[in-house]
Design a protein around this ligand. Structure first.
Ligand SMILES: Cc1cc2nc3c(=O)[nH]c(=O)nc-3n(C[C@H](O)[C@H](O)[C@H](O)COP(=O)(O)O)c2cc1C
Length: 187
């Protein structure tokens, strides 16, 4: 934590440019402005998990691990694909869950605070959020928020690709940002 300012790494479960989850993440970055340094993780080049290629890890994997380990916390924004975690995000988490060295205990995710927000359709992303909680707990990450902010995307959002948060959703996101900052000792 340089100069007392925590670093929060944002991860989007959608790779598309107009991602509504990325837009929700941008709102969160605004909420953290002045309280944390934030940046997005670019992980589109991470290859599929293949245990034959784990040691030494591919360059892209080493880079994303370094970025995660340099962060004080990670905040995931993700859509829900077929009531689950999008494959690209699950693949990233699988790499981050694995030991840095053969037989070692240290991983990029172990003990790292992680917050989760999902923006999706009718389910409001609750299946994906529950999946992420299970997967991240299995990877020994520290899930920060127990009341995860879930955003409902409607037909207007789907047709315009413009995110609009209800006052309740905006408040939930702000509360989640506050919980994360409190966890990082920086209110
Ligand atoms: C493969 C696929 C599966 C999807 N499955 C679900 C789903 O199970 N529940 C849901 O609410 N929305 C589902 N959607 C719709 C997404 O919520 C919607 O496309 C959303 O905008 C994607 O997030 P993004 O805008 O951040 O890319 C699915 C979309 C895709 C591409």
């Amino acid at each position: 934590m340089e100069g007392g300012t925590p670093h929060v790494l944002f991860v989007c479960g959608s790779l598309r440019a107009r991602s509504l989850n990325r837009q929700a993440g941008e709102r969160a970055r605004e909420l953290l402005a002045g309280r944390a340094e934030t940046r997005w993780l670019d992980y589109a080049d991470v290859p599929y998990m293949n245990q034959d290629a784990e040691f030494p890890a591919p360059d892209a994997v080493r880079r994303v691990r370094d970025e995660v380990m340099a962060a004080d916390a990670v905040w995931v924004f993700s859509p829900e694909y077929n009531h689950g975690i999008p494959g690209v995000l699950k693949n990233l988490i699988d790499w981050l869950s694995r030991p840095l060295e053969p037989g070692g205990a240290e991983t990029a995710l172990r003990g790292r605070p992680v917050a989760v927000t999902c923006a999706a359709g009718g389910s409001r992303g609750r299946y994906c959020a529950a999946d992420l909680a299970e997967v991240l707990a299995t990877a020994r990450a520290e899930l920060v928020d127990t009341a995860r902010a879930l955003v409902a995307l409607d037909r207007r959002a789907y047709t315009t690709d413009e995110l609009a948060l209800t006052p309740a959703e905006q408040a939930a996101l702000a509360a989640q940002a506050d919980v994360l900052m409190t966890r990082l000792g920086s209110a």
